[in-house]
Ligand binder design. Structure first.
Ligand code: FNR
Length: 348
């Protein structure tokens, strides 16, 4: 089958399975984290301001729609709608992997529609770690992007029948891309988490931001297993570290500081605030907003995001934090397996 048709079919299947597998009612390791109620906060709701800035990217709300799609007429419509939501609510937004637009410029509009609908937005282009530095810059130019996400997805590639099997050049290639492009570089997982030693390698090549993109939400092992239809590799569905685990691991004194985003399995504003309390500069949502938009329309999704923004501020009041820097200092307690994990990783 033609490569691009195969790629388009894969993207449509990813959306189908991501939505059909989505379930915010599931328990999450975020539940093993607890913020402590402050009954006499020194701040009013109207005074909470969660604006921030990292690597020159300034935002009013520390939330972004994470990378999902593009590359076909169906996904163009979806990207256009997500961008309308992001523009109306002031969220940052990433597009899905842009390989298809680089191979076939006719598909570029399925990504550039995001810039068209969100002209003032902070937008992230998205590529795999396989593309050349020149192709990386092409992706940035298609979107007039403010930053470049490079996704690293070894587990997904390996479980995917048609996936890549060669990875030993990735680090060098990411370093070459970082040297060449004219915007900050974000390296992200796709839902299996970034470990401390991986982060160190990325810091050493001057990557600007990492996105932990942990387990707990959209599960690409499960999606690829569903696409395989043979059930043979289902045990991979539990692979990786949760976003909560990834966040806890980098609280360690051994961790050498670099800015991080948190995403993966963020179900509601409380999960988002827990990520911010553990030092994330901003929080990404993918499956949860996709599933909502699929069940509703753009207008309802805009209202839904506005509710998230309000509720994030409400929770900030409940822990007496008027801004992001105060939020990062509020006490947060880990229980159960998460506590055990923290102890094993040397985190107090
Ligand atoms: C994704 N994700 C993704 N990530 C990426 O870097 N490039 C991509 O092309 C895609 N494609 C994609 C398609 C669909 C349908 C979904 C739902 C997700 C991964 C995404 O950005 C995120 O890392 C994970 O989905 C985990 O976050 P959630 O979904 O649990 O919030």
């Amino acid at each position: 089958m033609n490569d691009n048709i195969e790629r388009q079919r894969r993207k449509d299947e990813h959306i189908y399975f991501a939505v059909s597998q989505h379930n915010t009612k599931l328990q999450s390791q975020f539940d093993e984290l607890e913020l402590i109620n402050d009954a006499i906060p020194m701040v009013n709701l109207a005074d909470v301001d969660l604006a921030g800035e990292v690597a020159g990217l300034a935002f009013e709300t520390p939330l972004y729609i994470n990378a999902m799609t593009g590359g076909s007429p169906h996904t163009e419509k979806l990207n256009g709608q997500l961008a309308e939501v992001a523009a109306a609510t002031g969220l940052m937004m990433a597009v899905g992997s842009m390989h298809s637009a680089i191979r076939d410029p006719k598909l570029a509009s399925s990504y550039s529609i995001v810039r068209k609908n969100h002209p003032e937005g902070v937008l992230f282009a998205n590529i795999s770690a396989d593309l050349s530095p020149i192709q990386a810059q092409q992706a940035i130019d298609i979107l007039a992007a403010d930053a470049l996400q490079i996704h690293v997805n070894v587990a997904q590639e390996l479980v995917m029948k048609e996936g890549s099997r060669d990875f030993d050049h990735w680090l060098e290639n990411i370093a070459a891309i970082k040297e060449h492009v004219n915007v900050p570089v974000i390296v992200k997982e796709v839902g299996f988490g970034l470990a401390r030693k991986t982060i160190m390698r990325l810091r050493d090549i001057n990557v600007d931001i990492i996105d932990l993109a942990g387990k707990g939400g959209t599960d690409f092992a499960r999606i690829e297993n569903a696409r395989r239809r043979d059930g043979k590799w289902d045990y991979f569905n539990d692979w990786g570290q949760t976003t909560a685990q990834s966040l806890i691991a980098i609280q360690s004194p051994n961790y050498v500081n670099m800015p991080y985003f948190a995403s993966g399995g963020v179900r509601h504003p409380l999960d988002a605030i827990k990520c911010l309390a553990l030092g994330a500069e901003a929080v990404g949502i993918a499956g949860v907003i996709l599933a909502y938009l699929k069940e509703h329309d753009v207008e309802a999704t805009i209202e839904w995001v506005e509710e998230w923004k309000l509720q994030m501020k409400m929770i900030a009041v409940m822990v007496n934090a008027r801004n992001l820097s105060k939020l990062r200092k509020v006490p947060i307690v880990a229980y159960g397996r998460l506590k055990e994990w923290g102890e094993l990783r040397g985190v107090k």
